[in-house]
Design a binder for this molecule. Structure first.
Ligand code: 5GP
Length: 347
């Protein structure tokens, strides 16, 4: 057994220190960013936020809505081949990832869709990106799809970030345990504070011209600013996008003033009992559920939430004098607050 003593940070443990700047107004900052993918040489420009490939939020409607803001969605894994072919022929599909796991059936389905509608962005997604099998899957996918940008994960440490980039990933997805409907930390004791995971994985990835996507644990727009300040090239979120019209969750209605109004919507982890019952006929005996099912307030169209998110990042950039999103890590100084102060000063 070993103990690592350096403090590891979550979003709530830090704030961003304001800095002097010559920036006059938040209208002068540029929130769109261009990226070059290391393995394909292709480029993408937009607001680097991705809706998680979860049942309720990784929907085609979400992909279309976020695309209007220059953002992206990773589609959930449960659309039928015909639906996917029709979708990936739309122009908005340029801002969508096709998501899959590591099974042969997953790969056969991707190939069937790709034959009819070329897939340019692939999200290879497993709960634990530390297995040799996963590295082999990334390599095989890179060989089979040399022109597609590949995002792969999840991992939380620099060594494994490097391994996935060298195996063929352009973007490494970072996060084990921070998700709003994730119970991995409680069920297994495994995890890594998300801001430190982003900082450490970004450092490893950028040395190899790779990119990272901070996945999970973002609860307010300020967390997105902290993730970008910590070096995340992209962020992925589920909970913050749940409860909107573009989601596929069950809606609960209430009678108010003689009218039936939507008040809440279901949202669940992809390894929750709900998801496993839906797709795998229940939780297998050898594994425990590592996700939960919750009800979130109904929030109408996602438009308002996206404007808040982009507005929060824009304002953070103004406070630290970053004209372009790319400058955020250079202009960010985190100050430790709250629980970390207790660790540092032992109170
Ligand atoms: P959120 O933005 O809701 O905090 O986190 C979304 C992320 O949580 C997803 O992108 C995914 O990485 C992770 N996630 C989704 N479902 C589950 C689950 O059932 N268990 C675990 N451990 N993580 C999940």
């Amino acid at each position: 057994m070993r103990i690592e003593n350096d403090p590891k940070l979550d979003f709530r443990d830090v704030l961003i220190r304001p800095k002097r700047s010559t920036l006059g107004s938040r209208a002068h900052v540029e929130v769109e960013r261009s990226f070059r993918f290391a393995h394909t040489g292709g480029e993408w420009t937009g607001f680097p936020l991705i809706a998680a490939n979860m049942d309720v939020v990784g929907t085609m409607a979400m992909a279309r809505a976020l695309s209007r803001h220059g953002a992206m969605a990773a589609l959930h894994k449960h659309y039928a081949v015909e639906e996917l072919i029709a979708f990936f022929r739309e122009p908005e599909a340029a801002n969508a990832f096709y998501s899959l796991g590591t099974t042969e059936a997953d790969h056969d389905k991707l190939k069937a869709v790709h034959k009819q509608a070329p897939i340019t962005k692939i999200c290879l997604d497993v709960a634990n990106g530390y297995t040799e099998k996963f590295v082999d899957t990334v390599k095989a996918t890179r060989e089979a799809f040399p022109e597609a940008a590949i995002m792969a994960g999840n991992v939380v440490t620099g060594d494994m970030t490097e391994a996935l980039i060298l195996a063929g990933a352009d973007i490494v997805k970072v996060g084990i345990g921070p998700g709003s409907v994730c119970t991995t930390r409680k069920m297994t004791g495994v995890g890594y504070p998300q801001l430190s995971a982003i900082i450490e994985c970004a450092d490893a990835a950028h040395g190899l011209k790779g990119l990272v996507c901070g996945d999970g644990g973002l609860t307010v727009p300020g967390d997105v600013a902290k993730a970008f300040g910590g070096g995340a090239d992209f962020v992925m979120m589920g909970g913050m996008l749940a409860g909107h019209d573009e989601c596929e969750g069950d809606i609960r209605y209430e009678e108010r003033g003689g009218e039936r109004v939507p008040v809440a919507m279901t949202f669940y982890g992809m390894s929750s009992d709900t998801a496993m019952k839906k797709y795998a006929g229940g939780v297998a005996r050898y594994r425990a559920s590592e996700g939960k099912t919750v009800e979130v307030p109904y929030r109408g169209p996602v438009e308002g939430t996206m404007l808040d998110l982009i507005g929060g990042v824009r304002s953070a950039m103004t406070y630290i004098g970053a004209v372009r999103l790319k400058e955020m890590p250079k202009r960010t100084t985190f100050i430790m607050v709250g629980s970390q102060l207790n660790t540092v000063f032992g109170s």
